[in-house]
Design a binder for this molecule. Structure first.
Ligand SMILES: Cc1ncc(C[n+]2csc(CCOP(=O)(O)OP(=O)(O)O)c2C)c(N)n1
Ligand SMILES: [Mg+2]
Length: 333
């Protein structure tokens, strides 16, 4: 590597490490707040999976779209969202990402083209194909990233979405975050063919499959798929092998996995690996990293204070977002 490239990779990796750690600290804090009864409804944490959303979304232009599942706090932040917006939304407050109406599973920022989190497993895949179709129809070169879990793969909606994308050559990248479990069910009990990307050939879409702990590698793989979508309109089905360190949701103690299995995967923690690489490969000092980490801690504390002090939405607002406002221009996004 030339000195200049090394410098720019260092800056990039430092930024991706910052995002991953911010996401992790936000989610750890969310778990605490949930236990304190400050967050209602469901809460699904992606702790352990951070390199996937951060690496993938870093390969996008700001005008590209992201569609996620109910495990999308990280995707929201990686698409430019703040810890404050996430925390306030989890608390159901009016200052949250979705004005307190969505909660953990429905973080939206249409102006930043974060097109939300969805609770129906696989149900959002055709929606993402629709977004990609809209971009193509309007002659834009925007690409859509659609994230989903391994549990989406046997769902009908997944196949409908990927089929039409392959047929119409829609500029989309389908990213399966294969964390090897659908709730408590291991992959071998849900998929007859374990390699998710084998489905790609049936729909004339390209495929890629790799392990997701190295955030720079994730970025590189997804960048290639994004460029293919942008230049040629060919979609890609990507499978990233990853692992969540905690249960499916806050009510899941995760008894279907052994401690040893979890400890093995923690050795491949992408957040810790990025920190280690910054020190050993890029000579970033321990002091520098400690100060970065202190900033993140302060940012998360500020987000909690903000969420605590923000008001709940007004009761009259409850019907406000049920129907689209016909006076607003739907084409603006
Ligand atoms: C259509 C549908 N069926 C069942 C559920 C209940 N459910 C919620 S999450 C989940 C598991 C999904 O696993 P996966 O797609 O691997 O995502 P992960 O939770 O591992 O990120 C299930 C079955 C649902 N939300 N939607
Ligand atoms: Mg899964």
């Amino acid at each position: 590597m030339t000195a200049q490239r090394e410098e720019s990779t260092q800056v990039l990796l430092r930024e991706l490490y910052r995002q991953m750690l911010l996401i992790r600290r936000v989610e750890e804090q969310a778990a605490k707040a949930y236990a304190q009864g400050k967050i209602g409804g469901f809460l699904h944490l992606g702790i352990g999976q951070e390199p996937v959303c951060v690496g993938a979304i870093s390969a996008l232009k700001p005008t590209d779209y992201v569609v996620g599942t109910y495990r999308e706090h990280g995707h929201y932040i990686a698409k430019g969202g703040s810890a404050k917006e996430v925390m306030a939304e989890l608390y159901g407050k009016a200052t949250g990402a979705s004005k307190g109406f969505g909660g953990s599973m429905h973080l939206f920022a249409a102006e930043r083209r974060m097109m939300g989190g969805y609770g129906i497993v696989g149900g959002h895949v055709p929606l993402a194909a629709g977004i990609a179709f809209a971009a193509k129809y309007r002659g834009k070169d925007d690409v859509t990233l659609c994230f989903f879990g391994d549990g989406s793969v046997p769902q009908g909606a997944f196949h409908e979405g990927i089929s039409i994308a392959g047929l119409w050559k829609l500029p989309i990248v389908f990213i399966c975050e294969n964390n090897q479990y659908s709730m408590g069910t291991p992959l071998y009990r849900t998929l007859a063919v374990a390699d998710v990307t084998e489905r790609a050939s049936g729909y004339a879409v390209a495929r890629d499959r790799f392990s997701g702990e190295d955030v720079l590698a994730v970025r590189q793989h997804i960048a290639a798929a994004v460029e293919r979508a942008r230049q040629t309109g060919q979609p890609t089905l990507v499978e990233v092998i990853t692992y969540r360190f905690r249960g499916h949701s806050m009510s899941d103690p995760g008894n279907y996995r052994t401690k040893d299995e979890i400890e093995e995967w923690k050795k491949r923690d992408g957040v810790a690996l990025a920190r280690e690489r910054l020190k050993t490969e890029f000579a970033v000092s321990e002091d520098d990293l400690v100060s970065l980490e202190a900033h993140i801690r302060a940012e998360v504390q500020e987000a909690v204070r903000f969420a605590d002090e923000s008001p709940f939405p007004d009761a009259e607002e409850v019907w406000r977002y049920v129907y689209a406002d016909p006076s607003s221009d739907p084409r603006k996004f």
